[in-house]
Design a protein around this ligand. Structure first.
Ligand code: ATP
Ligand code: MG
Length: 280
């Protein structure tokens, strides 16, 4: 059985996609981990699909009409040509990298049309956990990159996951987004009281530690975390220009020639704490 973790925050731009892809590379490609990792891009913005594959490889998938997370959610829907189905769940998986030590990095990509699913959400949220159950024995870790708004996709992520990881940028507007997440999780637990979904923790992302505003925002988040019983990661992810630059080149922070060693080590420390929190 894979460990399934959703990266989620109702605030946009906090680093969900960045941490998803960097964690995926970390656990798949380092020989000390050598994990079989699947990224599920559950955001109509398809950022993590493009981050991983680059524009042309990603467009190749769409042109080849390979099923994406959109087709997964649309299963069972009546269309003019019949009821849409995916006959083999493994057809949705793009095998991006395989490493000689046994680790691999695979992707279920997203596409813009996923936003159409939200116009008529029906009972589509159950289609994702159903498909993941069918393929999860192929993986050790499944990372789900969520969209920043609450919708049927959020419920699909909750139903599929064992854990949630919440990246937070230490700034005022991020602290406003957190109560929305607390409410969303509470609503889910009320609707699905037998769910074993846990919060792996809140991680401060893109910190630089010299802005007074950061200290205030971190204090606010820590208070909220204590109130909700949430773990706050001891290792924060530093601000580094290598993250956006690496994203443009399809590389994790430790895969570039220009990332500073202290920033690479900083990410490794966070990844180690993450592994402990999700019992990887
Ligand atoms: N630690 C970091 N240091 C510097 N820049 C970062 C860091 N983390 C993320 N970024 C940059 O911040 C921007 C937003 O990050 P990202 O797209 O990962 O956020 P997101 O939460 O997935 O956003 P959305 O809610 O739109 O999906 C990107 O340009 C990314 O490269
Ligand atoms: Mg994103």
């Amino acid at each position: 059985m894979a460990t399934k973790v959703s990266l989620i925050n109702m605030k946009g731009g906090v680093g969900k996609s960045t941490l998803t892809i960097n964690l995926a590379w970390h656990f798949a490609c380092y020989s000390e981990w050598a994990r079989r990792v699947l990224v599920v891009d559950l955001d109509p913005q398809f950022n993590s699909s493009q981050y991983l594959l680059g524009v042309s490889e990603y467009e190749g998938i769409l042109n080849a009409k390979k099923p994406t997370v959109w087709e997964i959610l649309e299963q069972g829907i009546r269309t003019p040509s019949g009821i849409s189905t995916i006959s083999n769940p493994r057809d949705t998986i793009y095998k991006y990298r395989k490493f000689s030590h046994g680790g691999c990095l695979h992707l279920i990509p997203s596409r813009l049309e996923l936003s159409l699913s939200l116009k008529n959400p029906g009972n589509k949220e159950r289609n994702l956990p159903r498909l993941v159950t069918a393929i999860e024995s192929d993986y050790d870790l499944i990372l789900i990159d969520c969209a920043p708004t609450e919708s049927m996709l959020t419920t699909a992520a909750y139903l599929t996951s064992d854990y949630l990881l919440v990246p937070v940028k230490p700034e005022y507007l991020s602290t406003i987004g957190l109560p929305l997440l607390a409410n969303s999780m509470q609503d889910f637990k009320d609707e699905y009281p037998t769910s074993t979904l846990e919060l792996a923790g809140v991680v401060f992302n893109a910190t630089s530690d010299y802005l007074p505003e950061e200290t205030v925002a971190k204090d606010t988040v820590r208070k909220l975390a204590t109130k909700n019983g949430w773990y706050v990661f001891q290792n924060e992810v530093d601000y580094s220009r290598s993250y956006p630059k690496g994203a443009r080149e399809g590389k994790p922070i430790f895969g570039t020639s220009y990332s500073r060693m202290d920033k690479v080590l900083n990410f490794q420390l966070f990844a180690r704490e993450f592994a402990k929190q999700v019992k990887l």
